[in-house]
Design a protein around this ligand. Structure first.
Ligand SMILES: C[S@@+](CC[C@H](N)C(=O)[O-])C[C@H]1O[C@@H](n2cnc3c(N)ncnc32)[C@H](O)[C@@H]1O
Length: 261
């Protein structure tokens, strides 16, 4: 019995030390087998210092990007908001400042949500542990669905976008904040030097990460859709309109898509 317990501990320690992302997988991270479980493992690993690393690596721009996302969502006091892939809840809390009627944050990484729950008085009504590809909410439950830096991580993008659409009421809007590649060649050169070379080393050091999260990040951005392709995919799952607003020279883009009124 004691030997079995020791063996289990050794195995689980070895599993913790295994990176979620190896150089092989990073050639095409969106095609990785078990992408969802790798993503979840990685976010559970980096949860404690996730917000600190974001603020440091973006030079504080991440807060401004979230504020802009909320302005573009046009929140009113009659809105019921679902923030999908809410992580530690940064965007959900920013939404709460605009005083919608209700706000729920949902994510499938337990440790990210644990960090979200540590913040008291953030104005979020409820945190819910769930997969964005199978949301535990009835059709037409919300007037706004949002997702910041989440859709790129979905195992199946169309299913995730279709879920964002399904739970929206007629006339509702989905707002998505996601990384994109700057279109200007000079800006793109600087951005790629930073995100491929400097950021992974610095961010992994600050967070003490061994999961490979900050090596996955630039690889997952470069192999993800551009703004025109994202708008097309949003229309493809049933949104009537989809607009893209690039921010900070196109390092990130905010998408706003609406359902038929
Ligand atoms: C980069 S973090 C973004 C967190 C937060 N929205 C923010 O802006 O800081 C991505 C989040 O997406 C979540 N995620 C990825 N795929 C998911 C899925 N299929 N279902 C639920 N959450 C998912 C991860 O667990 C992680 O917390």
């Amino acid at each position: 019995m004691i030997a079995a317990v020791i063996l289990l501990r050794v195995v689980s320690r070895e599993q913790q030390d295994q990176p979620a992302w190896t150089p092989d997988l990073l050639h095409a991270p969106h095609d990785a087998p078990d992408k969802a479980s790798r993503v979840r493992t990685m976010f559970n690993a980096i949860a404690p210092r996730y917000e600190l690393v974001n603020a440091l690596c973006s030079g504080g721009r991440d807060a401004a990007w979230r504020r802009r996302t909320i302005r573009l969502a046009g929140v009113t006091r009659d809105d019921d908001v679902l923030d999908i892939a809410t992580g530690t809840g940064d965007l959900a809390r920013a939404f709460a400042k605009a005083q919608p009627r209700s706000i729920v944050g949902t994510d499938f990484a337990h440790e990210m949500l644990s960090q979200a729950r540590l913040v008291t008085g953030g104005g979020v009504d409820r945190w819910c542990e769930a997969d964005a590809l199978r949301l535990p909410f009835r059709d037409q439950s919300f007037s706004i669905t949002s997702c910041a830096f989440g859709v790129r991580n979905f195992r199946d993008l169309d299913t995730g976008l279709a879920e964002m659409h399904r739970v929206l009421r007629p006339g509702g809007r989905a707002v998505i904040l996601e990384f994109t590649r700057p279109r200007n060649a000079i800006a793109r050169g600087f951005y790629e030097l930073y995100s491929n070379r400097l950021m992974p080393v610095f961010a992994s050091w600050v967070s003490g990460d061994k999961s490979g999260a900050y090596r996955y990040l630039p690889k997952s951005v470069v192999s993800f859709l551009d703004a025109a392709q994202m708008c097309e995919r949003l229309r493809g799952v049933g949104f009537t309109e989809a607009h893209a607003t690039p921010l900070t020279m196109g390092v990130v883009t905010v998408y706003v898509a609406t359902t038929t009124a």
